[in-house]
Design a protein around this ligand. Structure first.
Ligand code: CTP
Length: 406
C-alpha cells in the first residue's frame, strides 16, 4: 500500500513515544520509506538507535547535525516527504506547530514542509481539554492538519480518561487511508468556482454578496489533495486561495461565465460553489455617480445563469451545483438539479446557524437524480469538501449503465 511513499515520522517527548517504534515498523513493513525525527525529550523515553534499526535510516534529533554537506537536512527531508506523521504529539509539539516555532529539527522541518500533516495527540486528559490545546488543535485543523484522535483508557498519569495515543495499527490505517484518498481523483481535471461576483455600478461601487469563498476554496484544496488537477475560478473572496491550484481571478458574473466556459470542454468535474449575481446594472457609469435628489433607482438586468449554460452544454462532465435556500430546501434543490442538468446539487439552508456564507462550518444535504443522497451534520467546510468529493469519486467509478441521467 505504501510502496515508494516517503513519510517523516516525528516522535515527541511523551511516554507514548514507545508506540512510535511499533508505528515505524508497521509503516516500513507496508513499504514506506520512513525518516524519523525525534525531539530531545523523545530521546529520554526511547533511543534513536531503536528507530534507526526499525526505519533502516538515520534518525534526526538535531537541526545542526548536518551529515550530508550537499543538502540542508530539514529542507531536504521536508521537500521529499509525501506525508508527515507526528505520533505521539505532545501539547508542546502541538503548540509549537500552531505558533510556527522553529527551534528544533522537527519544528523546523514542519515549517519547511508543504505536504499534509497527520497528528496523533497523546497527553493527560486535562491537558487535552485545556482551552489552549483545544484552540491550537482547532487552528491546525483550520490549516488542513489531519488528526488521529487519542483513545480513552488508562493514562500513564493514573487517570482513566481520553488522552491515550491511538494504537499504532489505527494510525497506520489512517496513513494508508490518506494515501488511498490522495489518489482517488488522480488524472481528473476539476474546475471549481468560489466566492461572490461583483457587479460594478461605477468605478468605486459594486453589488456583491456575503460569500467568503471558503466552501469553494475547501473543495479546490480537497480535490488537489485527492490527486486532481484543479482550476479555481474565484470572484471576491476574503482569504487567499489554496496553494497548488491554477487560479483565475474574475469580478463579474460575465467574466466568470467566460473563464468557466473557456475551460469547460477539458474538465471532468465542475463544481459551482460561487455565489453568482443574478442581476447586474444595465448601465455602468464610467465616472463616480454623484448624489442627486432623494432617491436613486438602479435599473438591473439578468445575468447569464452559468450553471444552466454548463448544464445545457454538458457532454461528459460531472456537474455539481450549489443551492443556498432559506425554506423548502429539498424541493428547490431538486428543481435546480433538473432545471440545470446537474449530477448533484449541494443544498444548504442558509438560515440555519452553522450553515452557509462566511463561517468555517456548513450543514449540507446532497441531492442527486434519485433524491436525497446524503444529509451531512454540521462539520467544517473542509470535511464537507472531502465528503462531497468522495461522493463524486464513487459516482464516477460506477459502471456506465448504473449512472443516473447525466
Ligand atoms: N448560478 C450560476 N449563475 C448565476 C446564478 C447562479 O451559475 N447567474 C449557480 C450558482 O453558482 C449555484 C447555483 O447556480 O451553483 C444556484 O444558485 P442560487 O442562487 O441558489 O440559484 P438560482 O438559480 O439563482 O435560483 P433562485 O434565485 O431561484 O434561488
Amino acid at each position: 500500500m505504501l510502496t515508494g511513499k516517503s513519510i517523516i515520522l516525528g516522535i515527541t517527548g511523551g511516554i507514548a513515544a514507545y508506540k512510535g517504534a511499533a508505528l515505524c515498523s508497521k509503516l516500513v513493513q507496508a513499504g514506506a520509506k520512513v525518516h524519523v525525527i525525534m525531539t530531545e525529550s523523545a530521546t529520554k523515553f526511547i533511543t534513536p538507535l531503536t528507530l534507526q534499526t526499525l526505519s533502516r535510516n538515520p534518525v534526526y534529533t538535531d537541526t545542526f547535525d548536518e551529515r550530508d554537506p550537499s543538502v540542508v537536512s530539514h529542507i531536504h527531508l521536508a521537500d521529499h516527504a509525501d506525508l508527515i506523521v507526528i505520533a505521539p504529539a505532545t501539547a508542546n509539539a502541538i503548540a509549537k506547530l500552531a505558533g510556527g516555532h522553529a527551534d528544533d529539527m522537527l519544528s523546523t522541518t514542519l515549517l519547511a514542509a508543504t505536504c499534509p500533516v497527520l497528528i496523533a495527540p497523546a497527553m493527560n486528559v486535562h491537558m487535552y481539554e485545556h482551552p489552549a490545546v483545544v484552540s491550537n488543535l482547532e487552528l491546525l485543523a483550520s490549516r488542513g492538519a489531519m488528526f488521529v484522535e487519542p483513545g480513552t483508557g488508562q493514562l500513564a498519569c493514573g487517570y482513566v480518561a481520553k488522552g491515550r495515543l491511538a494504537e499504532p495499527e489505527e494510525i497506520a490505517d489512517a496513513v494508508e487511508a490518506w494515501f488511498a484518498r490522495s489518489r482517488s481523483l488522480a488524472g481528473k481535471r476539476v474546475l471549481v468556482t468560489a466566492g461572490g461576483t461583483m457587479e460594478r455600478l461605477d468605478p468605486v461601487r459594486y453589488l456583491t454578496n456575503d460569500s467568503s469563498g471558503k466552501m469553494g476554496f475547501a473543495i479546490a484544496e480537497a480535490a488537489k489533495l485527492m490527486g486532481a488537477e484543479v482550476t479555481l475560478v474565484a470572484g471576491r473572496t476574503i482569504a487567499p486561495p489554496p496553494a497548488g491550484v491554477h487560479v483565475v481571478r474574475v469580478e463579474s458574473a460575465e467574466q466568470m461565465l467566460e473563464a468557466v466556459t473557456a475551460e469547460y470542454d477539458d474538465m471532468d468535474i465542475v463544481i459551482k460553489a460561487a455565489a453568482v449575481a443574478d442581476y447586474r446594472a444595465v448601465n455602468i457609469s464610467g465616472q463616480k455617480l454623484k448624489k442627486n435628489g432623494e432617491r436613486l433607482v438602479l435599473e438591473l438586468e439578468r445575468t447569464t445563469d452559468i450553471l444552466e449554460t454548463l448544464g445545457r452544454r454538458k457532454t461528459h462532465q460531472f456537474l455539481v451545483g450549489f443551492a443556498a435556500e432559506t425554506e423548502q430546501v429539498a424541493r428547490y434543490a431538486m428543481d435546480k438539479l433538473r432545471r440545470k442538468h446537474c449530477d448533484l446539487v449541494v443544498a444548504n439552508d442558509v438560515s440555519m446557524e452553522g450553515a452557509g456564507f462566511n463561517g468555517d462550518t456548513n450543514i449540507v444535504q446532497v441531492f442527486g437524480e434519485e433524491g436525497l443522497v446524503e444529509a451531512l451534520p454540521i462539520m467544517s467546510k473542509r470535511e464537507v469538501a472531502s465528503r462531497l468529493l468522495e461522493l463524486i469519486g464513487d459516482r464516477l467509478a460506477r459502471p456506465e449503465g448504473s449512472k443516473h441521467d447525466r
